[in-house]
Structure formats: C-alpha cells, structure tokens
Write a protein that binds this ligand. Sequence first.
Ligand code: GLU
Length: 283
Amino acid sequence: MLTRFAPAPTGWLHLGHVLNAEYVWGSGARVLLRIEDHDRDRSRPEYEAGIYQDLEWLGYRPDIIAGRQSDRDDVYREAIEILRAQGLVYACDCTRSEIGSGGAPAAARAATHAGDDEATPKPLRGGVGPYELRYSGRCRNRGLPLVDGYGWRVRTDPGVERFIDERLGPQEQDPLRQCGDFLVRDRRGNWTYQFAVTVDDWRQEIDLVVRGVDLLPSTGRQIRLARLLGRERPPAFLHHPLIMKSPHQKLSKSDRDTGVRDLRARGWTREQVRAAVQSGAQR
Ligand code: GLU
C-alpha cells in the first residue's frame, strides 16, 4: 500500500499535522511526501523548508519524496485534456459575490474553497467548510473561451458517490448537491485543491488516503473526478479525528502555541510532541 503526507507550505507544521502524520505513518503503508503548493499566492519557500526540517526532527521518514505540485503543471494539463475531450470543462466569469448571492445565509457565503477563486480571506483547510457555496451552473452553456482570466469548472452530473471510510463506515455524497460544478482552475491560473489532489493521488498511485475528517466532504467529488479522468479504482479513505482548540474551533497554522518549531524552541522533545497529539484528538 502507498499513502501520502501532503501538507501545504502555507504555514509551519503544527500539532494538527503531527496527528495526521501519526495516522499516516501508523497506517503501515509506505509514505509519499507531496508538497501541496497549488495555491501559489499563499505558499512560501521557508514553510516548505520547515516541513522537511520538522518531519526530520519528529522522526517521520517518507519512502518517496514527490516534490511540489507547482512543478507538475504538465501533468495537470494532460489531465485537463482528458476532461476537455469529454466536453466536461467550461469557463466561468462569475465573481464570488455573484455565486454567493443566491439567497444563502451569510455564514454560507463566508466559507468556501481554499486556494480557489472563491477563497475567503481566511480559507478553511483543504477548501471545505461547514457551509459550502453551491455553484448554480450559470456559465455552463455560455460558451466562454477556456483561457486564463476565467475560472474553469467541471460539469457535474447528479448522482451519489458511495464509499466506505475505514474509520467511519459507509458514506454517501452527491457532489452536485454539495457544491455544484466545481472549479478545477481558478481565474488566476492556479489548479485547485480538488483537481490537483485528485490528479496526484491517481498519477502517484496512492491507494490509501489518510486525512482529517474536515476533508470528508471532498471525498465524493474526488472519487467522481478520478473516475472521469479514467482511474479504475479509487483509493481507500480513512478520515481521522482532529485536534481541537476548543470544542468548536480547529487548530490553525497561525496558532503559534501549537507550532512544532515553537514547541521545540521551548524545549519539548519529539516524544512529548508526538504524545501530545495522541491525547488531544477528539471526535
Ligand atoms: N494539502 C491539504 C492540507 O494541508 C491536505 C490534502 C489532503 O490530504 O487531501 O490541508
């Protein structure tokens, strides 16, 4: 089995990543390390260097170092051609406020896709929130050209994706109802999280995805997208609990009190850091 550890270099590693690493390396599968810098605006070289240093210090050794998503543009272009050939990709010029003006409550308008065109000032990890914007399909049949400057969306048919989460059991998700036609490339030319992660998990032959339960709502659309790309069998999925700051608040990368390098500077040992996450995980 091959799994992956796939942090975004948009902040320092924190205890949430350490918990994910415990599950990833604890799965018994071989581990591929992928730097998820699809959001070029928020990624920083110093955070990327920090990921390697902190993993080394913590004692997690990847079996394969797959490098950065930003070096794989040709792989994503090849993949988008597979979807274009099926007539599934269209351009969209809707702004965030147009998408959000469909009568959704304010909270629904505020939480959306990280690193995508619809990003909020402080996007949620992996791009999904408790409330998601559902795209109406306004540009589906407008025939706008697929060029930079427009978002690119994938036509999403109705239908339920079923999978068995290795911890949570059977799941059902209907991507069209959850989010509508989702973005694969944003208007600034960034491949989106959903697209890049699906292409990478397929091309890098990942057969086990181990990640936090906050990404559970993305799984159905990633299974759907992988099938449209031609992946024969989806990977297995395990979504683990998160470490919470409080019962309703996740840790974030800006929580300096939980950054691996801050704890190390304060004299914590790697054993203490790794033990801390075991006791802090909640459902
Ligand atoms: N890069 C994502 C993050 O750091 C994780 C992606 C995934 O596991 O699918 O939140």
